[in-house]
Design a protein around this ligand. Structure first.
Ligand SMILES: Nc1ncnc2c1ncn2[C@@H]1O[C@H](COP(=O)(O)OP(=O)(O)O)[C@@H](O)[C@H]1O
Ligand SMILES: O=C(OP(=O)(O)O)[C@H](O)COP(=O)(O)O
Length: 398
């Protein structure tokens, strides 16, 4: 795999370089609540601008449905990128249209442009290869056939999408510094990790991540499950979950996992429940078998926090993805804070990954130095650890 250093060795002065970054940051309205992914993109961008490249950045925000949606505009990200880079970032209000074309044409050597959310174009995430390739060709047309492509969005390398995968097939391609660093750290977890090896899984991307568990379970000693992931397992045990997040089509899979690996899987025994998905909802603490029909589980309860912390205290290696509660609302943040504090207090080799998980560590006042590595990728890290072929990485090998 060629890296950014190989590209810099060739020289990029005056050359256009298309960079895929993961700038998918949490927002409260248009306010960025954690800019970790923006900061993580800086080393690659700075190396390129210092070398005199014309840097065109493409990125996504959230999961728009293939058409422009104001709330998913990257405009606030362009403003923050300007701040942290300390240099102006020109924002194109479209992806491969007139604004993008004039922005790229006017870009000076050493300048940076950010294109509007690549997922505003339905071809980006299309399952149809011809559609994706069409968008990839449009991106190449935008930056010119003599441009280079730098893949630096580690959090998105598990996605076979036009700006991650297909465009790399059309341009000379290089792994950016973030992709190189992240894969090097995660690789250590795949080669004989010191035991006990404990994985903690939570979050809300339940359908994505339940699939990974099957492959991961044989490798780990304990799997602690919280957040939105927990309720499908609870349902598999025959419990009612009220209005909690549920992946109904995966209940049988979860039942099978519990039958086969029940000794390794630790589920919450109590929950903080709420009568509404709102910061000021009425709340209660109940056992796992007592979630009322009209209520929903939004955090792990105090007994679960203690039990999970006890397992974490014994671990030599830890990987954590997914907040165990809706940490963005103070009433449901205690579980995630407890997990983070328990990891930070120990001396394990510990990696936390994911846009929201990393944001939780940074915003809940946890000692960040207690983590060996804070990764920008959640799903990407999980798939890397399970040993899957990640399209955005394998395409760089070719
Ligand atoms: N019980 C729950 N119900 C609904 N959402 C939850 C629950 N627990 C956690 N979440 C949400 O999961 C989101 C993060 O999920 P995910 O994207 O999978 O994690 P990451 O970005 O770290 O990979 C957070 O916004 C959090 O509020
Ligand atoms: O936030 C992300 O992943 P994560 O929540 O697994 O960390 C990445 O930006 C990928 O986004 P996606 O899961 O919508 O493809």
């Amino acid at each position: 795999m060629h890296t950014l250093d190989d590209l810099l060795a060739i020289g990029v002065s005056g050359r256009t370089v298309l960079v895929r970054s993961d700038l998918n940051v949490p927002l409260d309205g248009t306010t960025i609540t954690d800019d970790g992914r923006i900061r993580a993109s800086l080393p690659t961008l700075q190396a390129l601008t210092s070398a005199g490249a014309k840097v065109v950045v493409t990125a996504h925000l959230g999961r728009p449905k293939g058409a422009p949606e104001e709330r998913y505009s990257l405009a606030p990200v362009a403003a923050r990128l300007t701040d942290v880079l300390g240099a102006p970032v020109t924002f194109a209000t479209d992806l491969v249209g007139e604004s993008a074309a004039s922005t790229v044409a006017a870009l000076p050597a050493g300048g940076v442009a950010l294109l509007e959310n690549v997922r505003f174009d339905a071809r980006e995430t299309s399952k149809n290869e011809a559609d994706r390739q069409e968008l990839a060709r449009a991106l190449v047309h935008l930056v010119g056939g003599d441009a280079a492509f730098v893949s630096d969005g580690f959090g998105v390398v598990h996605r076979k999408q036009a700006s991650v995968y297909d465009v790399a097939q059309l341009l000379p391609h290089y792994a950016g510094y973030l992709v190189s660093e992240e894969t090097a750290v995660l690789h250590k977890l795949t080669v004989d990790p010191e035991r006990p090896y404990v994985v903690i899984l939570g979050g809300s991307k339940v359908s994505d991540k339940l699939g990974v568990i099957t492959a991961l379970l044989p490798q780990v000693d304990s799997l602690l499950i919280g957040g939105g992931m927990a309720y499908t397992f609870l349902a598999a045990q025959g419990h009612g979950v009220g209005k909690s997040l549920l992946q109904a089509d995966q209940i049988d899979t979860c039942r099978g996992l519990l039958e086969q690996h029940g000794d390794k899987i630790l589920l919450p025994t109590d929950f903080v429940i709420a009568d509404d998905f709102a910061p000021d909802a009425n709340t209660d603490i109940v056992g796992a078998d007592a979630i009322p029909d009209a209520w929903q589980g939004l955090d792990i309860g105090p007994a679960t926090r203690q039990a999970f912390a006890a397992v974490i205290a014994t671990a030599a290696t830890i990987f954590w993805n997914g907040p165990v509660g809706v940490f963005e609302m103070p009433a449901f943040s205690a579980g995630t804070k407890a997990i983070a504090d328990a990891i930070a207090a120990g001396s394990s080799f510990s990696v936390v990954g994911g846009g929201d998980s990393a944001a939780a560590v940074r915003t809940l006042g946890v000692d960040e130095s207690g983590f060996t590595h804070i990764s920008t990728g959640g799903g990407a890290s999980l798939e890397f650890l399970e040993g899957a072929t990640l399209p955005g990485l394998s395409v760089l090998e070719a």
